[in-house]
Design a protein around this ligand. Structure first.
Ligand code: ATP
Length: 457
């Protein structure tokens, strides 16, 4: 991540704070380095990212089931998975400024004494690298001691492996099938940063796809394509996305292949999601360590085997950040700068703005009625009657609301409203009774605006 477009990231961070997407956590106490809280719009954005993932990965498929496993598992889980011994990053200390850096990410780090420089540029006095385990330790129960040590999960995947047999026996599934899970993970990152791109507490959306070993290549290719397409379908600019296949020497010793879906952030290319072939490594290790047989018996072929696994593992916060950055555009409307977020309508935190043209002639009452009607139909709306209509449109553009409904004289007379499209700014007259079906159709038919003006990103 060499190129740093800090101005654009500053714009995003300030928009997030100002409009209620993301706030620094514990702000009234001075914050707690690189930790964030999601505000009213941020929580909607993240919820929609998760829904978009879940509906595509679970609801729309007949070969997938969901799971919600515990954050704190038996600590043996992490010994068996290799995390206790090997989930480390190389850490170096600076003897001069006392800061700590990831030895493999020195180019991204900033010296605490001279934030304009990297530790190398500042000729920091760095120690030899040593392994630093990223797992957060905690204690279980009232008595402290080595027997009560537990870990906050650093990934959700292991909870899926631990429940493989439970799911197999309680649901009518057979390989090839997947178990999907969304949940919090925790990593004591040495250098969190780039806003919510890398934090110590974050949400992951992970899926383990259990397959007969001979289908490994087929499903690896399938999930690479499918996961890349998901981002494109939800509006991310394909020109800023790429699939990066890991070189052989980057692969874990048990893996036959791994690809990252990467996005070109203002700070350079970064991983959005990893699609990894994990073979039978996890089920085998957990079988051996627990003494429980985690194999599958195929009743048709009359063979017993340990399924192999292809794992797409995405970050919810990173996806939300990516969609926000990618959606951002500045253009000029009526000689004024317009900030607009071109979110996919299913990702936008608010779907419809509802505006009475003026605060009289029964328009606010009618607008409230339409607002309620849309809420009952499960649309997220925002009612706004203050300021000139143009200003109200701009306020919704800035948070990415795709449709604006104006209640005017025609509504009172003929029962028609004006619906304004955020991307084209075109307006259309629609009968009140047809608003709902109009919106559903528009959401389904949405296309990413073909030509975005050069935005700050
Ligand atoms: P990185 O190389 O960026 O540290 P990783 O390869 O360790 O990521 P995985 O273990 O493959 O990441 O986790 C899957 C996904 O979880 C990542 O692609 C990313 O979207 C998300 N993720 C991982 N670590 C963090 C973090 N500290 N903050 C936010 N999201 C994260």
């Amino acid at each position: 991540m060499a190129k740093q477009d800090t101005t654009f990231m500053d714009t995003i961070v300030s928009l997030c704070k100002r409009r209620g997407f993301v706030y620094p956590a514990s702000e009234i106490y001075g914050g707690i380095g690189n930790t964030y809280d999601y505000g009213p719009l941020g929580v909607e954005l993240k919820r929609r990212v998760k829904e978009a993932w879940w509906s595509r990965m679970v609801t729309m498929r007949d070969d997938m089931v969901g799971l919600d496993s515990a954050i704190i598992q038996n600590p043996q889980t992490w010994i068996t998975s290799g995390h206790v011994a090997g989930f480390t990053d190389p850490l170096v200390d600076c003897k001069k400024c006392k800061a700590r850096f990831r030895a493999d990410k020195l180019d991204d780090a900033r010296c605490t004494e001279k934030p304009s420089r990297t530790p190398v540029e500042n000729k920091c006095e760095l120690t030899e690298a040593r392994a630093f385990n990223l797992m957060f330790k905690t204690q279980i129960g009232a008595v402290e001691g080595s027997g009560s040590v537990a870990y906050l999960r650093p990934e959700t995947a292991q909870g899926i492996f631990l429940n493989f047999k439970n799911v197999l026996e309680s649901s009518r599934v057979k390989p090839p099938f997947g178990i999907a899970q969304i949940g919090k993970s925790f990593r004591n990152e040495i250098t969190p940063g780039n806003f919510v791109f890398r934090t110590r507490e974050f949400e992951q959306a992970e899926m383990e796809f259990f397959i007969p070993p001979e289908q490994n290549d087929h499903w690896y290719q399938y999930w690479r394509k499918e996961r890349h397409q998901w981002y494109v379908d939800y509006g991310v600019n394909p020109e800023k996305l790429r699939l990066r296949e890991h070189a052989k020497d980057e692969l874990a010793h048990y893996s036959t292949g791994c690809t990252d879906v990467e996005y070109e952030y203002p700070f350079g290319w970064g991983e959005l999601e990893g699609i990894a072939c994990r073979t039978d490594f996890d089920l085998k290790r957990h079988s051996e360590a627990s003494g429980k047989d985690l194999s599958y018996f195929d009743p048709e072929k009359k063979v017993r085997y340990l399924p192999w696994v292809v794992e797409p593992a995405a970050g919810v916060d990173r996806t939300a950040l990516t969609m926000l950055i990618d959606a951002y555009e500045e253009d000029v409307v009526e000689d004024e700068k317009r900030v607009v977020l071109h979110f996919h309508p299913e990702i936008a935190p608010v779907t419809v703005g509802v505006f009475p043209l003026v605060k009289k002639e029964g328009m606010p009452e009618k607008a409230r009625e339409i607002d309620q009607m849309l809420r009952q139909a499960r649309f997220t709306t925002f009612y706004d009657e203050s300021a000139a209509i143009g200003r109200r449109y701009r306020r919704q553009d800035e948070i990415g609301t795709p449709y604006g409904i104006t209640i005017d004289g025609d509504t009172m007379k003929d029962g028609v409203v004006t619906i304004r499209n955020r991307d084209t700014m075109l307006q259309e007259k629609v009968k009140v009774a047809e608003i709902e079906s109009w919106l559903r159709h528009a959401i389904r038919a949405w296309k990413r605006p073909a030509k975005k003006a050069a935005s700050a990103g």
